[in-house]
Design a protein around this ligand. Structure first.
Ligand SMILES: Nc1ncnc2c1ncn2[C@@H]1O[C@H](COP(=O)(O)OP(=O)(O)OP(=O)(O)O)[C@@H](O)[C@H]1O
Length: 394
């Protein structure tokens, strides 16, 4: 096997997560949205469904608290038809960003344009129209406990003044789309977390939106349920052509479902790109830190404990070598040894995939002084591989 791991002894932990998305039937999904199957297959347009143009949001100083700059000069385009993830730590500005899209907040400066309309400039009627074209999925589902699954999904249609027959014709296929036909008369208290979120997603689709906003939709769910909900979001995106903008603090979510990603840190977008490019070659330290949380890429605890920031006499440098696409099929380490004479030990490694393309990392230690380390890094860089020094072990 001629892979990056081929010249390595057994590496642990090797993880290959399968992020395949069930496809379902196009016609059923299209019927659920009341459109012909042919129309539902949307080609990825380059046009933006949402664009943030120099958007800043400041919350004024309150009693005893200083002004907060929640968002600072954000420029970001969400491609129509994409699943775009915005990832950041707690307090980075994700919720504020999403609240600007549905007009719950107004920018202090700049414009948020949704489907060609500057949201903050709209009057009440037009704003209601835009909100109807946006579905929203919440972390805690926000279902009405006194209503059945069917009645929860029907609610936005009732509010919009739809008649019973229209509601029935819309809600039944939506419950089928989310796999809950048999739970239509169940109350939220009789549903699991994943089932509640499926009701939440069906409800978000009831008004046939063009854009789905997902606010930490899977944060309250276990990993397996998370995967099934993300698969459902992906299915809705690919079969209905619905654009999805999701905010999350979990790289695993982005990796599984998003095709574009932006990293937000202290109110600013610090890195953006296709998910594959960003995850396989992260440049910003925040992106790297968030990536370290991926189960397949996280550093084993025994190693993390031993790492020291500075070298000491006889210590070995610990490097994380990231590889992606074509480079994942090269016998990197044996070539590194042959070309530089550097002795390399493998400490940990993992291979993962995004959209069927391999990417991953190897954590290795290298003996020698700063010059030897530089030689190894130069060799890896010359072969298009990122090598980050994580620290030193005795
Ligand atoms: N209404 C408000 N008044 C004052 N400050 C606010 C308000 N809303 C948000 N903030 C502040 O703006 C910053 C960004 O908050 P935001 O809720 O957008 O972050 P977040 O990334 O969504 O965080 P989390 O993941 O914890 O929900 C934080 O410092 C927060 O305290």
């Amino acid at each position: 096997m001629d892979t990056v791991l081929a010249d390595s002894p057994p590496v642990r932990p090797v993880s290959s997560r399968n992020a395949t998305i069930p496809t379902g039937t196009k016609t059923a999904a299209a019927a659920a949205q009341g459109v012909a199957a042919g129309q539902a297959a949307v080609t990825a347009a380059t046009e933006a469904i949402v664009s943030f143009e120099a958007v800043s949001k400041r919350f004024p100083a309150g009693r005893g608290s200083a002004e907060v700059v929640a968002l600072d000069a954000i420029d970001l385009a969400v491609p129509r038809g994409s699943v775009t993830g915005i990832i950041g730590r707690s307090g980075a500005g994700k919720s504020t960003l999403i609240r600007l899209v549905n007009g719950l907040e107004k920018p202090s400066s700049g414009r948020v344009v949704v489907d060609g309309r500057d949201v903050a400039a709209l009057g009440e009627d037009k704003l209601r129209e835009v909100r109807r074209s946006i579905g929203m999925v919440f972390q805690h589902f926000n279902l009405l406990s006194s209503r059945t699954a069917y009645q929860n999904v029907a609610l936005p249609l009732e509010i919009a003044g739809a008649d019973r027959r229209t509601i029935e014709a819309r809600v039944t296929p939506l419950l089928e789309l989310v796999g809950l036909s048999d739970k239509r008369d169940r109350y939220p208290s009789e549903l699991s977390g994943g089932q509640k979120q499926r009701v939440g997603i069906a409800r978000a689709l009831a008004t046939q939106p063009k854009l789905l906003l997902s606010d930490e939709a899977t944060s309250a769910l276990d990993p397996e349920t998370t995967r099934s909900i993300l698969a459902l979001l992906k299915k809705i995106n690919s079969e209905l052509g619905l654009s999805v903008l999701l905010i999350t603090h979990e790289m695993e979510v982005v990796k599984t479902v998003a095709d574009h990603v932006a990293v937000i840190d202290r109110g600013a977008i610090v890195e953006r790109g296709t998910t594959f490019d960003l995850l396989s070659a992260p440049r910003h330290e925040t992106t790297r830190a968030l990536l370290a949380g991926l189960p397949s890429l996280s550093l084993p605890a025994f190693l993390a404990e031993q790492l020291r920031p500075e070298p000491s006499a006889g210590s070995r440098a610990v490097l994380r070598i990231s590889f992606a696409g074509d480079s994942a099929t090269q016998p990197i380490l044996s070539r590194l040894g042959q070309a530089t004479g550097v002795e390399v030990n493998i400490l940990a490694g993992a291979i993962d995939e995004i959209g069927g393309r391999p990417f991953g990392s190897l954590v290795v230690s290298i003996a020698g002084d700063a010059a030897t380390l530089a030689k190894a890094q130069n060799h890896l860089a010359a072969h298009g591989l990122q090598a980050e020094v994580l620290g030193h072990v005795a």
